[in-house]
Write a protein that binds this ligand. Structure first.
Ligand SMILES: Cc1cc2nc3c(=O)[nH]c(=O)nc-3n(C[C@H](O)[C@H](O)[C@H](O)COP(=O)(O)OP(=O)(O)OC[C@H]3O[C@@H](n4cnc5c(N)ncnc54)[C@H](O)[C@@H]3O)c2cc1C
Ligand code: HEM
Length: 412
């Protein structure tokens, strides 16, 4: 897609006006996107079927959207600079089956929110400029997503939208994590995913006013027939209610149940052309995309050194511990390390360190910083790993990570 052609559709004056709103967006961006979501769900309550309402309550989706709007305004002259961000968002949109007809609805409510929040600071000229700019930005998203949907449809076993899958097996992996094995209910093949990708599950719960959509990383190597997702049951800490869909998947979904899912999506994928050491670092249920990378590298790059470091509380919540240890014993290329912060008496021979993964630990166990690093886990964990990798002088180009929710700031 020629983004430069699309940007030239905006006249100089419009671009200058949009750019002049950058400081305001920096200051009031989140107020705008919070108001936008209020208006969106008031005017279009059916969109509650698509948006994760827990992310709305936590406020992290408003932040992610504010950052995207800010970047779009900042780079309105050279939209190609935000294409990596657009692609990342488009993967999430594709996984949620967002369609072109949704864009005018979002545009209308976003402009209404800009008008309301900026009030005196946004005259008619500013609103007209933003309307034009939104249309250009929306077109960039729509054409990027169109390419992705077309690609998904033409892939062998691929599809767009939701497709019914049958749960062919359910395996308890730890006190809190359970895996579901999924095969297409139509008996046809399903697309081979890239290690690190995720699918979206649609849960239609009887009596609930809306559907729920949630993403789950595929935790198996590609090409094994069934997809596997491994779900942590969220018990609801600090007075918050238990997680709706993780509990539903643990309790109400069993062998034989049908789950509608979208095709594999996501930009957090393994570069299997790279032959340098692979370093995988996970915290808690963040192990899922990394397991797919681990299994796939063993299968396809038997010469590549793999360092897999996993941190969790203790053996009770450590999923797939035995399976990973078997891989370590069987394949010389695999070196695994386990870090528990609260080990039980039964855990003695299973961990390498008590505490947390930090720079000192990484620099002791890893032979080099010239490697490909992939990590995933809770927000605090991710920020701490990023900091440790920076201390270890790992180049940013070698650092890959994914948040299990709307994108967040990696630098704490
Ligand atoms: C790309 C991606 C990949 C993912 N992969 C996996 C995976 O492989 N395995 C996995 O288990 N999960 C994964 N997730 C997370 C998953 O999508 C769900 O978010 C998770 O299962 C929780 O969903 P839920 O419906 O159970 O919880 P929700 O009901 O959405 O609640 C989530 C959490 O928020 C808390 N909460 C509720 N209300 C509030 C509030 N007002 N303020 C603060 N906290 C609140 C709940 O107690 C709970 O802990 C992934 C997410 C993404 C984006
Ligand atoms: C130009 C317009 C748009 C921009 C800039 C935008 C931006 C974003 C961003 C930044 C995210 C977070 C992605 C992540 O961090 O993973 C996101 C997610 C999402 N977007 Fe969009 N978006 C746009 C249009 C739309 C439209 C038209 C819809 C459909 C109604 C939509 C629905 C969603 C949903 C459902 C999510 C996931 C939210 C969640 O689960 O909490 N977006 N978008």
């Amino acid at each position: 897609m020629l983004v430069t052609n699309i940007t030239t559709g905006l006249d100089r004056q419009t671009k200058d006006i949009v750019k002049s709103t950058v400081p305001l967006l920096q200051e009031r961006g989140e107020d705008i996107t919070k108001r936008f979501y209020q208006l969106l769900f008031k005017n279009n309550p059916e969109l509650k079927n698509i948006f994760n309402q827990t992310n709305q309550r936590k406020g992290n989706q408003s932040k992610a959207l504010a950052n995207a709007v800010y970047s779009a305004a900042f780079y309105i002259d050279e939209l190609e600079k935000i294409m990596p961000q657009v692609k990342q968002i488009a993967h999430k949109h594709k996984s949620l089956n967002i369609q072109p007809e949704h864009y005018p609805i979002v545009g209308e409510n976003l402009l209404a929110a800009i008008k309301e929040v900026l009030n005196d600071s946004a005259d008619e000229e500013v609103l007209v400029a933003w309307e034009k700019a939104y249309s250009v930005i929306a077109d960039v998203f729509i054409s990027t997503e169109k390419e992705m949907y077309q690609e998904a449809e033409k892939t062998i076993g691929g599809w767009s939208g939701f497709r019914n899958f049958i749960v062919v097996d359910k395996v308890v992996e730890s006190d809190v994590i359970t895996s579901l094995y999924l095969e297409a209910a139509d008996g046809e093949p399903c697309a081979i995913h890239q290690p690190g990708q995720y699918i979206t599950v649609k849960a239609e719960i009887e009596g609930a006013p809306y559907n729920y959509l949630r993403q789950y990383s595929l935790s198996c190597a590609p090409g094994g027939g069934a997809y596997r997702i491994s779900v942590k049951r969220e018990d609801g800490l600090n007075g918050h209610p238990p997680g709706i869909i993780s509990n539903y998947l643990h309790s109400d979904i069993n062998k034989g149940s049908i789950l509608p899912i979208t095709a594999p999506s996501g930009y957090f994928t393994l570069d299997s052309q790279d032959t340098r050491p692979l370093v995988l670092i996970s915290g808690g249920v963040g192990l899922t995309p990394l397991l797919s990378m681990l299994e796939s590298t063993i299968k396809n790059q038997p010469e590549r050194e793999i360092y897999y470091i996993h941190a969790t509380q203790n053996g009770k919540v450590h999923a797939m511990r035995e399976a990973i240890q078997k891989l370590d014993k069987k394949h010389d290329q695999v070196h695994t390390y386990t870090v528990y912060d609260n080990p039980t008496d039964n855990d003695n021979k299973f961990y390498d360190k008590v505490g947390y993964i930090d720079y000192n630990y990484l620099s002791t166990i890893l032979p080099t910083n010239n490697a490909a690093f992939y990590f995933c886990g809770p927000k605090g964990f991710m920020q701490s790993i990023y900091k440790s990798l920076s201390q270890f002088e790992v180049e940013d180009k070698d650092i890959n990570y994914e948040f299990f929710g709307p994108s967040e700031e990696i630098k704490d």
